[in-house]
Design a protein around this ligand. Structure first.
Ligand code: NAP
Ligand code: GDD
Length: 324
């Protein structure tokens, strides 16, 4: 039985990946922070408690991580834990850098010293591209990376140190450069989760309006289930490498709002107010990924459309809020 070790196992992707790996017959281990938000733990992994093995752990506590990797001896390490909110990274940049950059280095050192035969996946991000964009308006593995947030800068350090460790120590360490991906398990302070939850609350008479930031930025949104499948394929490739994971379709935040409110029979313009609080000091205005490499080399392709994903999220919040 293959063993997987997941950091961030109670996050959107960690919990979705745990389900995928359990279905594939893996023994799944993961760390959860002692002070983690209880709502997230219950929501995302409580139904898995008899199937996965969780331990208290924090990326900052390198000795505890080392001990766990020594004892477990995983075949595959999925390093997904991070302070993952871009706007919040402007409010707590040092914390974000410690967690996302130094935390990754802590993980790599523990991996190199305790279980170098394992394979290591790093949750790299399209936020690393920032304003870098190719002439055809796409971002791909070769696009210049010019991050526009403390989050993006910290992730770029992590991306490079993973490459450095791969080459320096001959480790199987890969970067998945994932564009935005969502699901019903998405935190409700990310834009899709916020808009779906807010629109459903308006529909149910629980909220009068929704305050938003930049409606004109564009994102390439895919589904978390498709993207954790890509993570597994990346680690099971014959060699370590970098792969962009994206749908290749981009939409504005405004268009996403229009779709969600329309599904509920509402006009988004009647309910959305702009609040400067939700703007970022520097914005990443446009993301559109070219996933040709992973499509051709690994045969990955997304299976869930944007519309199916948003409807799944609406149904989830409608059922949840109707019961409350
Ligand atoms: P998420 O839902 O915010 O999950 C992040 C996880 O990291 C949570 O379980 C969180 O635990 C944990 N964590 C945070 N700080 C930690 C620390 N110091 N020690 C241990 N665990 C810690 O994020 P996600 O959407 O699943 O994303 C997974 C990874 O992919 C992240 O690294 C993110 O930056 C990256 N990524 C995400 C996307 C996307 O669109 N979703 C795209 C590209 C890359 P708590 O519950 O305790 O906070
Ligand atoms: N969160 C949020 N809240 N975003 C808003 C709002 C709002 O009220 N109003 C407009 N936006 C815009 C943001 O300015 C941004 O341009 C876009 O919506 C998407 O914001 P988020 O959903 O917070 O995601 P993100 O793109 O900043 O970051 C996500 O994707 C990255 C990959 O590109 C996160 O999942 C990161 O962890 C991930 O690396």
């Amino acid at each position: 039985m293959r063993k997987a070790f997941i950091t961030g196992i109670n996050g959107q992707d960690g919990s979705t990946l745990a389900r995928l790996l359990l279905n594939k017959g893996y023994e799944v281990h993961g760390i959860v922070r002692r002070n983690s938000i209880p709502e997230h733990q219950e929501l995302r992994i409580d139904d898995l408690t008899n199937e996965i093995k969780t331990y208290y752990g924090d990326l900052e506590h390198s000795s505890a991580i080392s001990r766990l990797l020594r004892e477990i001896q995983p075949d595959e390490i999925y390093h997904l834990a991070a302070q993952s909110h871009v706007r919040i990274s402007f409010e707590i940049p040092l914390y974000t850098a410690n967690t996302n950059a130094m935390g990754t280095l802590n993980m790599l050192e523990a991996y190199r010293l305790e279980c170098p035969q394992a394979r290591f996946y790093q949750a790299s991000s399209s936020e690393m591209f920032g304003t870098g964009i190719d002439a055809d308006s796409c971002q791909r593995e070769t696009t210049t990376m010019l991050p526009t947030s403390p989050y993006g800068c910290a992730k770029l350090f992590a991306y490079h140190i993973v490459r450095n460790y791969r080459k320096a120590y001959k480790l199987f360490a890969s970067n998945g450069i994932l564009f935005n991906h969502e699901s019903a398990l998405r935190g409700s302070n990310f834009v899709t989760g916020k808009v779906v939850k807010g629109a459903v609350m308006i529909k149910l008479g629980m909220l009068s309006h929704l305050e938003m930031g930049n409606m004109d930025s564009h994102r390439d949104w895919g589904h978390s289930r498709d993207y954790v499948r890509a993570m597994h394929m990346i680690l099971n490739h014959s060699e370590p490498d970098e792969f962009v994971v994206a749908t290749g379709v981009t939409r504005s935040v405004r268009d996403m709002c229009d779709f969600v409110f329309s599904q509920l029979g509402l006009n988004y313009q009647d309910y959305i107010r702009i609040n400067p609080k939700f703007f970022r000091p520097e914005e990443l205005p446009f993301l559109k990924g070219d996933a040709t490499k992973i499509r051709t080399v690994l045969g990955w392709q997304p299976e869930i459309s944007f519309e199916e994903m948003m409807i799944e999220m609406i149904e989830y919040w409608m059922n949840k809020l109707k019961k409350s």
